[in-house]
Design a binder for this molecule. Structure first.
Ligand SMILES: [Zn+2]
Length: 201
């Protein structure tokens, strides 16, 4: 079973802060990492739920950088997540870990990616997030995770500042498609069943 290590890197964080003109929150982040380290069992439960839902296996331990700021809430390579409250952080962590497990199983993902490409004439970013969103919904249901953040508010506030409109649109389209497909797939091992689903129609 993989381990997720949460780390703080001063120069890495400083780079983001200087680029984005944000205050570096080293103390807060170190405290937050301590709280994360107390949740090892929960994080491991999340990883197991991701493996079970997707039908993939984590191949390597993951180092997760917690930073004061990023353009987006986080990204998967190297796994980097912006400091947030615990609920929002876990929400992003689940999403990014699904990216991570997909990349660690690149070869296995090839068929699905081809099938999605054949079915949906959409940009790569949107196509990738159809899969990620479906898996995300399955995992969150399995562990009973609820995101308490009012999404619209967060988006609106940040939208003007930094989100690219086309990127938001891309996420929205992926989310809508995922919502339609997700109920038609089982709770576990969705990779294979999703491939079958896409082959059918
Ligand atoms: Zn993503």
């Amino acid at each position: 079973m993989l381990k997720v290590y949460f780390v703080y890197s001063h120069p890495y964080d400083r780079t983001f802060c200087e680029l984005l003109n944000t205050k570096q929150k080293e103390k807060e982040i170190r405290r937050f990492i301590n709280s994360l380290n107390k949740k090892k069992k929960y994080i491991s439960r999340i990883c197991k739920a991701i493996e079970k839902a997707t039908g993939l296996k984590f191949r390597k331990d993951v180092r997760c950088y917690v930073v004061s700021d990023t353009l987006w809430k986080g990204f998967s390579d190297p796994l980097t997540i912006r400091l947030a409250n615990m609920n929002e952080f876990i929400n992003v962590l689940i999403h990014e870990l699904i990216h991570v497990i997909s990349v660690q199983n690149k070869n296995r993902m090839k068929i699905l990616n081809k099938l999605i490409e054949r079915r949906f004439n959409l940009p790569l970013h949107t196509r990738v997030h159809i899969w990620v969103n479906i898996a995300d919904m399955k995992v969150k249901r399995a562990i009973g995770f609820k995101n308490f953040i009012k999404k619209k508010k967060v988006l609106k506030k940040n939208l003007k500042k930094r989100y690219k409109a086309d990127l938001i649109k891309s996420y929205k389209i992926a989310r809508e498609i995922a919502k339609k497909i997700e109920p038609q797939l089982p709770e576990n091992n969705i990779l294979k069943r999703f491939e079958m689903f896409l082959k059918k129609k």
